[in-house]
Design a binder for this molecule. Structure first.
Ligand SMILES: [Mn+2]
Length: 356
């Protein structure tokens, strides 16, 4: 059986011997440009060079198989700070009124474009999963989890998901105040609404039970989200729970639950807004009172030490919120970016045995 073709026009990926990385430069699941730049910026920041080094020092040898670079910019990323402020003010005003007139008949913003792009991404991730590596999907906004979890949940064995996020992402096209898809992926994966009925999403057939999902880091649920999640059997640990009990205890409870469910392999979908807004300010929806870097490392390292960590998304990082000049090619602040540092710490903890 021939493997699906990698499409160099939509995203790029490279494969290490043990880690398959898929770049998912997507930003149309939310209203800000910048999330499409993150995977590329992480490469330029040197994270993957350091990760290859860390893998080589252990018993794993990193090996490049493919390296394609052609991430598409989906929204215009040139912006001036003042113009950007005005645009955001305008956006805020628009969001205060019912946005239905801007949806042009779609159930959420960019629905048909998302259907096409996420299907392509899903096929990329399916290909990466066939290499029997740990699959890392670098977003992009959180809509990419619909593609990664759809593909990965269809692999052999029972998959559990650790959804690390300040938000529930449990809105439907009806309940969503913003009609941005990045607030809906977990609800779609739990079939709270039938995404496969949206034109272009016929490929969406996740093989995942809500009872095999643990949500960690919450502190900004929308109305009714928590109740809907609990009713479907999702285990929830808020950011406050992590602060009070400690990340080790919370992870022990999460893994006990997943163990009892009979999970064969675990996927972590890590939204960087789960981190405290001082730790990772580079995101479109920052929230105070979030996880520390040490919490995040503990979550990922516990999952890896459990032995069943199979895949990971890192999503929603938007470095333009740290430095708008990045859009014009300035990289002066790249070396001191707290958000990139946080992502590197997450990847190191999830993928290597060494200290991050
Ligand atoms: Mn999210």
């Amino acid at each position: 059986v021939a493997a699906p073709r990698l499409d160099p026009n939509t995203m790029h990926s490279w494969l290490l011997q043990d880690v398959a990385v898929v770049h998912a430069p997507l930003n149309i699941g939310q209203p800000h440009s910048g999330t499409e730049l993150t995977a590329d910026l992480l490469e330029r920041y040197g994270t993957w060079d350091r990760l290859r080094g860390a893998l080589t020092e252990g018993h794993k040898v990193a090996r490049d198989l493919t390296w394609q670079t052609n991430p598409q910019k989906i929204l215009p990323s040139k912006r001036r700070p003042l113009r950007d402020q005005l645009a955001q003010s305008l956006q805020w005003l628009l969001q205060q009124s019912p946005p239905s007139w801007r949806l042009r008949g779609q159930p959420f913003f960019h629905a048909y474009e998302l259907a096409r792009r996420l299907q392509e991404l899903c096929e990329q991730i399916r290909t990466a999963a066939q290499t029997e590596s740990i699959v890392v999907t670098l977003g992009g906004d959180h809509s990419v989890a619909v593609a990664s979890i759809n593909a990965l949940s269809q692999q052999p064995g029972r998959m559990g998901v650790l959804w690390v996020d300040a938000h529930g992402d449990f809105n439907t096209p009806v309940t969503s105040p913003s009609k941005n898809f990045h607030g809906m992926p977990l609800a779609a994966l739990c079939r709270l609404f039938d995404l496969s009925q949206v034109p272009g999403f016929g490929w969406f057939q996740p093989n995942l039970s809500p009872r095999d999902i643990v949500h960690i880091g919450s502190r900004a649920f929308d109305t009714g989200e928590r109740e809907a999640m609990e009713a479907m059997g999702i285990q929830i640990h808020s950011a406050e729970d992590v602060r009070q009990k400690g990340a080790e205890i919370v992870m022990a409870q999460a893994l006990d639950h997943l163990e009892a469910q009979g999970i064969d392999r675990l996927h972590i979908s890590f939204d960087v807004d789960a981190l405290d807004d001082t730790v990772a300010p580079g995101t479109g929806t920052p929230e105070p009172g979030g996880l520390t870097i040490h919490d995040a490392q503990t979550l990922c390292a516990s999952a890896r030490q459990w032995g069943r960590l199979a895949s990971l998304d890192v999503v929603e990082a938007n470095l333009l919120f740290e430095d708008p000049d990045l859009a014009h090619g300035s990289e002066a602040t790249l070396v001191v970016s707290p958000t990139l540092l946080a992502i590197e710490a997450i990847l190191m903890a999830a993928l290597t045995d060494g200290e991050a």
